[in-house]
Each structure stands twice: as C-alpha cells, then as structure tokens.
Design a protein around this ligand. Structure first.
Ligand code: ATP
Length: 573
C-alpha cells in the first residue's frame, strides 16, 4: 500500500491529464452503451411497423452515439497515451537521476541483468499505471453511477439490483481473482529477471561455458526458468478466463433479476417490450467496463512489485555526495595521503592500511605492486567512488570529501584498462569528454592521440562496445578524451595492460607526451620504462613497502627489485 501511495505521488503532476482521460473514457463507454441501447430501441420499435417519423429519435440516437463513440475513442487514446508518455518521461528521468549518484559503489550489489530489468521492464510496467491500474476502476465507477441514475428514474428496485451485481463484478470478482492469483505477477517478474541475468551471462560467457562444459547445465537452468514462467502464465490465463466467465455470469444474472423485477408490473405489451429491450441492453452493456478490473488488480500487484524494486534503488544512499559548499579544485593540486586506511563495506580486512604519500603538482609517480595490493582502490578514492574510512586524503590541503564528486572527476582524467565505447559514432564517444567541442578540436585530439587516420571517420559507428576498433585504437580514443578534458591530473590505471608489446610502447609514448606538465599517477603491475617516473610507490597487501626512484629501489633487495627481476628474467607477466 505504501509503495502504491508513493507511486501515485509520482504521477500526481498528471492528475489533471488523468482526470481528462478518465472523463473521455467514461464518455466513450457511455456512447457505446448509448449506441447499443438506441439500436435496440430502433430495432424493437421498427418491428412494430410504426410510421417512419416515429423512428426518427432512434435513428438520430444511433447516428450521434455511433459517431461520438468513434471520435471519443480516438480522443481517449490520444489523451491517455499522451498521459502515459508524460509519466514515462518523468519516470525515466527520475530513475536515471536516482541511479547516477549510486554508481559504482552502490550498484555493485545488483547484477547487470537485474538492473536492465529495472531500467526497462519495471519502468515500462509503471508507465501504464494510469491506463491499466487507475483508469479502469474510475470508468467502472462512473458508468455504474450513470446506470444507477438512469435506471433509478425508471425503477429504484431495478437500480438497486444492478448496483448489487455491479458491486459483485467490481469488488468481489476482482478480489477473488487477485487472491487466487496472488504472487503470480511477482513470480513472473522475478523469473523474467532471473532469465535476463542468465541470458546475459550466457551471451557474455558462452566461451567459458563451452570450454568448461557448463553449457548444458546453464541451458537447463534457463529451461527451468522458462517452464516456471509457462506454469505461472498458464495460471494467469486460467484466472483471466475465470474472471471473464464470472463477469459474464453476473451480467446475465443481473439481466434476469432486473427482468424478474420489472416484468410483473408491466401492462402494455408493445410499449413495455421496447422498454424491456432497452433496459436489457443497457444492463448488459454496463458490465463492459467491469471486464478489465481483475486485470487491473493483477497489474496493481505487478506495478507495486516494480515500484518496490525501483524504490529499492531510489532509497539507496549514494556512497559519495556533494557537500553543501563544495571546495574549488586548486590550480596546482598537491595530492596527499596521510595514514590513509580503507576497508570495503562487508570486508574484514583493510584494503589500504595506514599509507602515506605525496604527489606534488606536475610530478609523475607510479604506484606498483602485485595484483590485489590495493592500487586501483587508491584511484577509486581519488575519484570519490568511495569515501575514505580512516586517515586523510587531501587535494591542495583540503579533504577530498569537501569536493563535489562531479567537479573532481572533471579535474582528474582517468584512463583505465578497458575503455568503454558507447555504441555511437566516434564523435559522440569523444564529446563525452568535452560536450560542445568543435570538429577541429576533435580532429586535433585524435591526431595527437595517434589516431590521425580517424579524423575522416568522426561519423563512423564505433560498434557495440567499440568492437569495430582494435584494443590499441580504443585506448587511443581514451587518450583523445583525456586531451579534450584537459584536466590537471591524469590517472592511468593499467591503461596499456591489454595491449600487445608494440602498441603498448606506442600508446605509452603518447601518454607520456600528453601528460607533460601535468600531474600523473600511473598504476601498474608491469614494470616497464620505470625510469621516467619521479617516484615509484610500491604497495603490497595494502601497505606501502617502498618509495623512491627506479634506480634507488633497484639498489634495495625489496619487493620492487624482486618484481622487476621476475618480470625481466621470466618475460612479461
Ligand atoms: P589489480 O592489479 O589486480 O588490479 P589492485 O592492486 O588494483 O589489483 P584493487 O583492485 O585495489 O587491487 O583491490 C584490492 C583488494 O580489494 C582486492 O583484494 C579486492 O578483492 C578488494 N576489492 C576491490 N574492490 C572491492 C569491492 N568493491 N568490494 C570488496 N572488496 C573489493
């Protein structure tokens, strides 16, 4: 109930639109009833062979209601779709606004298939909250009231009888169907999510599944899911059939009851025959808006479930937020860690354990160490993906928590191991770093990044995940982005780790050239061209075990020298 109320609060700005759509919907159903009633009247009256003039009223009624029904149906579709799209636009923006600050720290708990399901299907389910959940009961109530009024002028007894059957069709049947089908919609949605997760794993890991012989087991899990979904859908179809039959039964029972109530009191057989036809048809037609009610209850369950899943994300607190009065990023930033420790939530061991280092402006430092030493965690803290736990991390003497994460990320350019390219053109992928940059600027950045041949390919599609580009070209696009971003600090997090020897050397050279005069933090476990760094910080199991220039560290018999010798005698790692 709480979720439903929160959902209705989200669509509150569209209440007027919804009211308009409901009114037009009611008028459309009313015209349908009017058309049936006037046609019945016309046929019944014509059967008595009256003079043509006596049929005029019926003929006009059929024309008016027939035309009105078509026009109103069109208007109702127009207004309700427009309302739906307004709600959809609001929901999407609302959701993306909410999800953006949660990345990456808070989204680690969600599987990508699950997130995709929330972004696409849950929102799509909610976009119909008006047309599928709110509108049907509104129309049914209005039609029922109209019937009460019209029948009431004729016979109070008939009106009360119809009201009784309307209540059964409008409350008892939907409640019964909802009770019998409780959990079906939620189950279908959960199985769909699980299927999506399995399908994504299948697509991304088909190679591994084949190599390790797990393909049949994975396919069997997908098949089980499919079977479960089929079972629930069958139950759904059975309940749909049941509610339709029950509503039909109630409609016929209402007609019989009204006829039983009215017939004994009728005297003139001709005139009353027409009245009875009209009443019978009107009572029958008045049940039409009750047909979608059980579906609306089912949709209520589905939408509430979708809403709960979306609120789960919305209610998650971002790991890092902008302070009320954020600090300005300094011109010459000194980056300093002082007794810094960090533990990932849920972890029992410190990933960074009491480390201290300083990076002066314009200096190039390398952070090296074995895999899992905590090197990338330093990047995550500097980019404010996570908040620091103990000790200090400052930029220009100000605690990192005083900076707005967005501002920080504009001033610290990051090239990671795997550059993500969107399935867009090369231009769009570059504009990410500097929205509004002109073609000349983009071409200069491409040329400086060593992608001179790409200047004529700005409008070419980069392919899904940038698959139309080689690994080296993708990293060069990342370099072009860094050039466009023109940030004073550059972090290279294993930026060349995926490249072959020759490309790595070329890309490393370009990176060295673009970072001249800027602060550079290079994170790597591959010790190549280490002489170029002003200082090397050696990290092992979260602790700084050595610091110094390459020559100095090679004098010691520490971790650095052991790593270097291992890599240069046993070949590249
Ligand atoms: P590599 O060279 O392999 O990239 P690294 O030195 O960069 O390693 P980190 O990625 O910083 O190491 O990881 C350090 C430790 O923190 C690892 O043991 C890792 O399992 C753990 N870790 C990393 N990210 C998380 C996370 N989000 N939650 C919990 N533990 C994490």
């Amino acid at each position: 109930m709480k979720t439903f109320l929160r959902l209705t609060a989200i669509v509150r700005p569209y209440y007027l639109w919804m009211a308009l759509a409901a009114l037009i919907g009611f008028a459309t159903t009313g015209s349908g009833i009017g058309l049936l009633v006037t046609s019945g009247y016309l046929i019944a009256k014509a059967a008595l062979q009256p003079p043509l003039g006596a049929l005029q009223l019926g003929i006009i009624g059929v024309r008016v209601f027939g035309t009105a029904r078509g026009v109103l149906r069109y208007a109702e579709r127009l207004v309700s779709h427009s309302t739906t799209f307004r709600i959809l636009a609001k929901l999407r923006l609302w959701f993306f606004d909410a999800i953006e600050p949660l990345a990456p720290a808070r989204l680690l708990h969600f599987r990508s298939g699950d997130l995709l399901q929330r972004v696409v299907d849950d929102i799509q389910s909610l976009e119909n909250i008006y047309t599928r959940v709110l509108a049907p009961p509104l129309t049914a109530i209005l039609v029922s009231l109209m019937m009460m009024l019209l029948l009431g002028t004729w016979s109070i007894q008939a009106a009360l009888l119809v009201m009784f059957f309307h209540l059964l069709a409008g409350i008892a049947v939907p409640l019964m169907v909802a009770t019998l089908g409780r959990g079906t919609q939620t189950g279908i949605m959960e199985l769909k999510t699980s299927q999506q997760v399995l399908a994504l794993d299948f697509l991304h890991g088909i190679g591994e599944l084949k190599v390790y012989g797990k393909l049949p087991a994975h396919l069997a899990r997908m098949q089980d899911n499919e079977t479960g979904m089929l079972r629930l859908q069958n139950r759904n179809a059975f309940l749909d059939g049941m509610h339709e039959s029950l509503t039909g039964l109630l409609m016929n029972a209402a007609v019989i009851a009204v006829l039983c109530a009215l017939v004994p009191g009728m005297q003139n057989p001709g005139a009353n025959g027409i009245s009875l036809t009209v009443i019978t048809l009107a009572v029958m037609a008045s049940f039409e808006p009750f047909l979608p009610l059980p579906a609306s209850m089912k949709n209520l369950e589905a939408d509430t479930h979708a809403g709960k899943r979306l609120f789960e994300i919305l209610d998650a607190k971002p790991e890092t937020t902008a302070p009320a009065a954020p600090a300005m990023f300094p011109d010459n930033p000194v980056i300093r860690a002082e007794n810094l420790s960090f533990t990932y939530p849920g972890s029992y061991t410190k990933t960074l354990d009491n480390i201290s280092f300083t990076v002066e402006p314009g200096r190039h430092i390398a952070i090296v160490g074995p895999s899992g030493a905590g090197k990338s965690t330093i990047t995550s803290l500097l980019m404010r993906f996570w908040n620091t736990s103990e000790g200090e991390l400052t930029i220009g003497g100000k605690d990192i928590g005083l900076f707005d994460p967005e501002n920080l990320r504009r001033n610290i350019a990051l090239v990671s191991q795997r550059t993500y390219l969107f399935a867009e053109t090369i231009r769009e992928n570059l504009l990410l770093a500097k929205p509004g940059a002109g073609d000349d600027e983009l071409k200069r950045a491409l040329t400086a990044a060593g992608l001179g041949s790409f200047v004529s390919k700005l409008d070419e599609w980069a392919g899904q995940h940038g698959m139309k580009l080689s690994g080296g070209e993708r990293q060069r696009i990342a370099i072009a982005r860094v050039l466009l971003q023109d940030a004073p600090v550059i972090i290279l997090d294993e930026a060349t780790a995926n490249l072959d020897g020759i490309t790595e050397k070329e890309v490393t050279g370009t990176l060295a050239a673009i970072s001249r005069g800027k602060t550079l933090i290079a994170i790597t476990h591959r010790l190549k061209a280490m002489e170029q760094y002003d200082r090397i910080i050696v990290l092992d199991k979260g602790k700084i075990v050595e610091q110094g220039r390459h020559g100095e560290l090679m004098q010691n018999s520490g971790t650095y020298r052991r790593m270097w010798e291992l890599q240069h005698t046993a070949g590249p790692v």
